[in-house]
Design a binder for this molecule. Structure first.
Ligand code: PLP
Length: 451
């Protein structure tokens, strides 16, 4: 018989709490396994903290998203947003599913090429492309999304030295009813900047205008905003057709769809309230099919969805270091994963579940990471069962942005493990070591001696 889980004696004031809109709170069961692999086994084999990526979830979420769009519109293409998670194993799962690459820096561009992506299927976004980046992307026939006039002029100037005509789109920002408006990227629709950039490109004849792009923001909780954005891009495309008799090849709606996470301060969980892929797809494809495009001349619809495709597939397994009482008597639990690994906990209330069984007792609790830094708080307030030092918690929906924005601050980054579709585990990024981190440092000889 399995030994029962020990809980120390404990006295608390009974607080049933207020029922929510859907009745009394219903606590989730423990997460003892991820894709059939025991959490305890993962910790024994790979250590704690540990990042885990589920290949099955990654593929199934992608297929759900692709289906939502492809059942509503005949020409759909996803492009994986590298900055959301650029571990090569993750990128290549999306590339195997048919995704192109969407990159926002020279580093990401080179990484996509090294991953084996056809350069003609790389979309190069972002405000910070260097002249060298532009030259390389243009020569490779990649899709360059121009962010500002200085970039437009730099690229136009380069054409004198290039062996082929650069393929370009412009990034358009616009009022979609989402505020604050992201107007720092691209050319504005309402004030005429976007139309001005289009005219400049078309009149110069030196660049091939192949698309129109927008990315209205991130974690956009209104599907309707995408309908407005798609209508505005369609309007520009039809203007180009009318004035220049030129057909653009694609409309790129960017990313920004919500995952199942819950924004801090929300009353209801994101998994209940956030729009689904079907909601976004309905808004975007309706706007396009109801616009003036001729049926034999529909542009390709590109989606650069990042967060919504990978968040759910990511887990952090973490171990309880200590329990303590704050001056107010509140319980605080210290775990070995903090904001160094979970950057997104500044904005989202990630679900946290114990990795082992528990009884009916629970207590309101602050969940702190191991950093010696006051802002290292994973959850300000969460109701958890009683936990002992050495037991594990699983933090959910951590696949987006954490593996690109994590910090090395005072500790070393842990291993990342992929669980494949046969429940086999693979290390897809090794843990760091003192030498891997210090290896980049150079100490002048005279500072190498300490008397
Ligand atoms: C970050 C980014 C994306 C992905 O955004 P998500 O919110 O993760 O879907 C797509 N396109 C561009 C241009 C981006 O900067």
């Amino acid at each position: 018989m399995e030994k029962k889980h020990y809980e120390r004696p404990h006295i608390i004031k009974l607080e049933t709490g207020m029922p929510g809109k859907f009745g009394m709170r219903n606590d989730s069961p423990p997460t003892t396994h991820i894709d059939g692999v025991a959490v305890k086994e993962l910790v024994a084999g790979y250590g704690s903290p540990l990042f885990v990526i589920s290949e099955s979830t990654t593929r199934s979420v992608y297929r759900k998203a692709y289906k939502a769009f492809s059942t509503r519109y005949p020409k759909v293409q996803f492009a994986w947003s590298y900055k959301t998670n650029y571990l090569s194993a993750v990128c290549n799962i999306f590339h195997q599913e048919g995704s192109w690459a969407e990159v926002v820096s020279g580093f990401e561009y080179d990484k996509a090429v090294a991953n084996g992506v056809d350069p003609a299927k790389i979309i190069f976004n972002g405000p910070g492309k260097s002249t060298e980046d532009l030259r390389k992307a243009a020569e490779n026939g990649s899709l360059i999304h121009i962010d500002h006039l200085d970039e437009l002029y730099t690229l136009t100037d380069l054409t004198g030295e290039l062996t082929r005509k650069p393929l370009v789109a412009i990034r358009v920002n616009m009022d979609t009813g989402i505020y604050p408006m992201w107007d720092r990227f691209g050319f504005n629709y309402e004030n005429g900047q976007a139309w001005d950039a289009i005219n400049k490109i078309m009149m110069s004849g030196k660049l091939e205008l192949v698309g129109l792009h927008t990315h209205i923001g991130t974690f956009i909780m209104s599907a309707g905003a995408y309908g407005i954005a798609a209508s505005k891009l369609a309007d520009l495309a039809l203007g180009i057709k009318q004035k220049f008799n030129h057909d653009i090849r694609y409309i790129d709606m960017g990313g920004g769809f919500t995952s199942k996470n819950t924004l801090k301060g929300s009353y209801l969980p994101g998994s209940d309230t956030n729009p689904s892929f079907d909601d976004y797809a309905e808004a975007i494809t309706s706007a396009l099919v109801n616009s003036g495009f001729k049926p034999d001349n529909l542009p390709l619809l590109i989606l650069e969805t990042g967060r919504a495709l990978i968040d759910e597939a990511g887990y952090i397994i973490t171990t309880v270091i200590a329990n303590k009482r704050l001056s107010t008597g509140r319980r605080a639990t210290i775990i070995d994963a903090g904001v160094n690994l979970l950057f997104t906990s500044f904005w989202y209330q990630h679900p946290v579940t114990p990795a082992q069984g528990f009884s009916q007792y629970r207590e309101e609790n602050a969940l702190y990471g191991p950093l010696c830094m006051n802002i290292d708080c994973v959850r300000d307030s969460i109701t958890l069962p009683l936990l002992n030092k050495g037991e594990q918690l699983v933090i959910h929906y951590t696949g987006a942005y954490n593996l690109t924005q994590w910090m090395q601050f005072i500790t070393l980054r842990p291993k990342v493990v992929l669980i494949d579709q046969d429940s086999k585990t693979h290390i897809i990024r090794e843990s760091e070591s003192v030498t891997s981190v210090s290896g980049f440092e150079k100490t002048p000889d005279y500072l190498n001696i300490i008397k």
